[in-house]
Ligand binder design. Structure first.
Ligand SMILES: Cc1cc2nc3c(=O)[nH]c(=O)nc-3n(C[C@H](O)[C@H](O)[C@H](O)COP(=O)(O)O)c2cc1C
Length: 378
């Protein structure tokens, strides 16, 4: 198996077959099937919302590469007159720096960027949602929109018109109900004065899903932020969230001094630590992991803590020299590394877990989702 994996790693580094999951099933007897927001996926690797899902051409490249799912850039909710309470998040900023970020002895990557949400018109977003809808209906990749809605201070009411107008407009474009949708609680929000009060944050998590559902039938993913409080508060946030089908855990950390969000190993350490809290899982929605997913080994760590898929962002932005492949789009290069790296790729790690007696074959096959179920039982 190891020799075969080395050969596949070598040749797929020149050209990755789009249906690499079928290849893995046939040649390694490993079923990489995964889940995101109620969709069955051929494998667990998707793209998190951000600067890499702004244009149709980006979606096309992801579809061609065989990515499992994409979350569109977050749009800022508005009412029918175009008023946006969270308008401060619709800033235009193009400059991004991809930088090394070290945690102890481990070198990671982070993207430093001062921008926030979608900065073009709502109509242009709706056009992108039509592309998302058509690709999703095609059945080869799932593409879903993401929204940042009004978040009131503790004593303020919710601006229901913004919830209603935005959700209904997206649902109309989508057509067949329910509309799959992510609600983003972002790191810049964690750094904002709105989030100073724990009670305000917990109220959002309890009430925002109901506000969205009151507007239209949705399949709802709630992407939780890393708040500026301790790990126990992260657990409190998970438990406080009502009415989400999937929780995306957890968006980037916020550096209050520099005023920017960041990732790297500190992010995955914190996320995995919180998700390891004993007794956490029962009663929670489905989980999707995000944060420094830089290898198949990290995918498995998230899965062993209950995550049925993962959303990457930083990994798609690295300099070409950081990928082991010699050809292909960035998406192909990432998939090649995540799945086929002979030491840290998902195939290698699943075989390693089998050898260690932590994962068993059923009907002759190893199943990625059994990692998640092992977690449930534990
Ligand atoms: C430049 C940049 C822009 C982002 N914009 C959004 C966004 O608009 N909405 C959102 O939900 N997440 C956003 N994210 C978060 C990513 O989707 C992802 O969850 C996060 O970066 C952690 O994954 P990573 O460590 O693989 O980057 C952004 C991340 C980066 C680096």
């Amino acid at each position: 198996m190891r020799a075969q994996l080395e050969r596949d790693f070598e040749r797929f580094g020149r050209e990755l077959p789009r249906d690499f999951a079928a290849h893995v099933r046939e040649h390694y007897r490993i079923d990489l099937s995964a889940r995101y927001l109620g969709f069955a996926l051929p494998h667990p690797v998707g793209k998190g919302s951000g600067q890499l899902s702004l244009h149709e051409s980006q979606i096309e490249a992801d579809l061609a590469a065989g990515l499992a799912f994409v979350v569109l850039k977050t749009v800022i909710a508005q009412d029918e007159r175009g008023a946006r309470t969270m308008g401060a998040w619709a800033t235009h900023e193009t400059k991004m720096e991809v930088e090394r970020r070290t945690a102890g002895t481990r070198e990671g990557w982070t993207v430093t960027w001062k921008g926030r949400g979608w900065d073009r018109s709502f109509e242009e977003y709706l056009a992108l949602v039509r592309v998302a809808r058509d690709v999703t209906r095609g059945g080869e990749m799932v593409v879903v929109p993401s929204v940042k809605y009004h978040l009131p201070l503790v004593h303020e009411p919710f601006r229901e018109e913004e919830y209603r107008f935005t959700t209904q407009a997206l649902a109309r474009e989508w057509g067949n109900a329910p509309l799959p949708l992510e609600k983003d609680f972002s790191p810049t929000l964690a750094g904002d004065a709105r989030s100073d009060e724990r009670a305000a944050v917990l109220r959002w998590l309890t009430e925002v899903p109901g506000q969205i559902r009151a507007a239209a039938p949705v399949r709802l993913g709630v992407k939780l932020m890393n708040a500026r409080f301790d790990d126990a508060f992260q657990v409190e946030m998970l438990r406080a969230t009502r009415g989400a089908d999937t929780l995306i855990v957890f968006n980037r950390l916020f550096d209050a001094e520099k005023g920017v969000a960041y990732g790297g190993w500190e992010l995955s350490d914190r996320n995995l630590r919180v998700l390891s809290t004993p007794g956490l899982r029962p009663g929670l929605a489905h989980l999707t992991g995000t944060g420094n997913v830089c290898s198949g080994r990290v995918i498995a760590e998230y899965a062993l803590r209950g995550c049925e898929s993962v959303q990457l962002h930083t990994a798609f932005q690295l300099p070409l020299s950081a990928y082991p492949s010699r050809d292909g789009s960035r998406t192909q290069r990432v998939l090649h590394q995540m799945i086929f790296d002979p030491d840290d790729g998902l195939v290698a790690v699943l075989l390693e877990l089998e050898a260690a007696g932590r994962l068993a074959r059923r009907d002759g096959e190893l199943h990625f989702l059994d990692l998640v179920d092992a977690h449930h039982q534990g």
